[in-house]
Design a binder for this molecule. Structure first.
Ligand code: 13P
Length: 264
């Protein structure tokens, strides 16, 4: 195995606000029919359905042995209490959710999530024994004026500043440039690597060298089977966070197989 693949690749499907629970049952069974245990020997795979689908998808995954881990797209800071409309991380863990996306750019933008809130949610996920996937990424305007590195450093420092290095080592950071999300215009491998390398450097500054070496860094934004291998050969890209293409089992399995081939 080549040096850059020391970290086990993580391929995650973020369903966003798509699929009611019937459609989610169909989608997860479809995935289970296409994906074999052999496909996932060299990679980890997660799916992140909407909250109302999670119990249904859990049942399919566990009953049919679908070789993926269950994820969520967000969670509350507190485990229980008077927080109308929130979803508890403790309750997600009870449903065998293993990974939770935190601070997706759509949450930062449409729901005003700050770096401070993102940090509190990371603590909540870790406290409940789950793995956070913390999203960071610059806007097109920030990129155009050369602020990408500053923005990423601010977001990474704000998110992980208060975490134990051992917790940082186990987590996932997803680099999702906002201009690449849902646009069909993925970052080039050079840009993805530059950002991934920079994120690892900032993690090292904040949490130490061991955490920086261990943390998994995903790329997200218009990932398809066709660009999977070129993104995953980047030394500092350890996985992919897939939006639109994860809604189609054929496309998602093609990405997983391309990732597995790149990891072998
Ligand atoms: P797309 O793959 O649809 O560009 O979405 C990326 C994303 O936001 C995943 O979280």
């Amino acid at each position: 195995m080549t040096a850059h693949l020391r970290r086990r690749p993580l391929i995650s499907g973020n369903w966003k606000m798509n699929f009611d629970h019937f459609e989610a049952i169909h989608a997860s069974r479809d995935l289970g029919l296409r994906l074999t245990s052999a496909d996932v020997v060299p990679v980890d795979v997660t799916v992140h359905p909407p909250f109302t689908d999670i119990r249904s998808v859990q049942t399919v995954i566990e009953a049919e042995g679908v070789p993926v881990a269950l994820g969520a797209q967000n969670c509350a800071v507190e485990d229980s209490g008077a927080y109308t409309g929130e979803v508890s991380p403790m309750m997600l863990a009870k449903l065998h959710v293993e990974y939770v996306i935190i601070g997706h750019s759509e949450r930062r933008r449409y729901f005003a999530e700050t770096d401070e809130l993102v940090a509190a949610k990371l603590h909540a996920v870790i406290r409940n024994g789950m793995t956070p996937i913390c999203c960071v990424g610059e806007t097109e305007a920030e990129r155009e004026v050369g602020l990408t590195k500053d923005r990423l450093a601010d977001q990474v420092e704000g998110a992980i500043g208060g975490l134990a290095p051992e917790a940082v080592a186990e987590m996932v950071v997803a680099y999702e440039p906002i201009w690449a999300i849902g646009t069909g215009q993925a970052a080039t491998p050079e840009d993805a690597q530059e950002a991934g390398g920079w994120i690892r450097e900032v993690v090292g500054r904040v949490a130490g060298a061991e955490a920086a070496t261990a943390v998994r860094i995903q790329y997200g934004g218009s990932v398809r089977a066709e660009n999977t291998a070129e993104l995953l050969v980047c030394p500092d890209i350890d996985g992919l966070l897939v939006g639109g293409a994860s809604l189609d089992a054929v496309a998602f399995v093609a990405i997983i197989r391309a990732a597995a081939d790149a990891a072998r």
